[in-house]
Ligand binder design. Structure first.
Ligand code: C2E
Ligand code: MG
Ligand code: MG
Ligand code: MG
Length: 279
């Protein structure tokens, strides 16, 4: 084994540290290969108007289809893609794939909006706007059928983020704040943001049917959103009781396993056909 000399002169060897970094290196190599070989698939989760029960759009959620390990969920590799910078090419692939697919559905007569998650790292990518414009041009999807979901963590650099988001919005793309209520969120900055939709984090939805504090939070978010002309989406709806509580508190849209899990393309198409037939 290797012993290394620490900066402060102490000898140290931490096998767990070495093991971890080796795993990380392997993982990064695997991810790099996967990006080159396009070993990813986009799943789509329906977004519903909870008053009418109709479909309004879908969120694009990436999965890594590993040839030996099977499906790897985004929480396991998105953070590594972000830290290593690979989120830039991966994010571009995801956006193009989601726009291409949504354009196909539009050509089949389904007028749906696709929401794509954007990492903080992508927001501060220099040519983000050009990349988005080129993707829309190439896929021929109209900007109004695209929404980008960002999290509150981008507002660490509030001024920079605001400029980028404004530019994106100026070309007709919608912006949504994901996981609202968990991060740096505060009602004070929300008013100055170029944002169309607020997504209430699932942690407030989980107990909204029997917890008055969660109800109060939902109600407060809905009130603020209305006064700022923003829409509200509830995340992680699993129960009819939650839908009832959300309706009572004025929340208009929702997404969750109650309506559907995220679906592979073919399964989403089946969902679309059933929806069209009103089944
Ligand atoms: P998110 O954007 O907040 O997405 C919602 C997550 O909640 C998804 O997990 C979805 O499958 C899950 N979910 C939806 N409804 C329910 C429900 O009723 N109950 C429960 N327990 N979970 C529900 P997923 O697909 O594993 O994605 C996790 C996170 O990974 C996403 O959170 C997002 O932050 C990130 N992510 C996923 N796809 C992408 C992507 O294409 N790009 C980037 N940058 N991040 C992505
Ligand atoms: Mg999201
Ligand atoms: Mg979310
Ligand atoms: Mg999340």
């Amino acid at each position: 084994t290797v012993k290394s000399r620490g900066r402060n002169g102490f000898d140290f060897f931490d096998p767990s540290m070495e093991a971890k970094s080796l795993e990380r290196i392997l993982m990064e190599n695997e991810l790099r290969k996967a990006i080159e070989q396009e070993h990813f698939q986009i799943y789509y989760q329906p977004k519903m108007d909870i008053k009418t029960g109709t479909l309004t759009g879908m969120e694009a959620l990436v999965r890594w289809m590993h040839p030996e390990l099977g499906i790897i969920p985004p929480n396991r590799f998105i953070p590594i893609a972000e830290e290593s910078g690979m989120i830039i090419p991966l994010g571009e692939w995801i956006l193009k794939e989601a726009c291409k697919q949504n354009k196909r559905w539009h050509d089949q007569g389904y007028e749906l909006k696709v929401s794509v998650n954007l990492s903080v790292r992508q927001i501060y990518q220099k040519d983000l706007l050009d990349m988005i414009k080129a993707t829309l041009e190439e896929t021929q999807l109209e900007p109004k059928w695209l929404e980008l979901e960002i999290t509150e963590s981008i507002f660490v650099k509030m001024d920079e983020a605001t400029i980028v988001l404004q530019q994106i919005r100026d070309i007709g793309i919608q912006i949504s704040i994901d996981d609202f209520g968990t991060g740096y969120s505060s009602f004070s900055y929300i008013k100055s943001l170029p944002v169309d939709t607020i997504k209430i984090d699932a942690s407030f939805i989980r107990d909204v049917h029997h917890n008055q504090e969660s109800q109060a939070i939902v109600k407060a978010i809905v009130t603020i959103a209305e006064s700022l002309n923003m829409k509200v989406v509830a995340e992680g709806i699993e129960l009819n009781d939650q839908v009832a509580a959300l309706q009572e508190n004025g929340c208009g849209q929702g997404q969750g396993y109650l309506f559907s899990r995220p679906l592979a393309t073919a399964d989403f198409e089946q969902f679309l056909r059933k929806e069209q037939l009103g089944i």
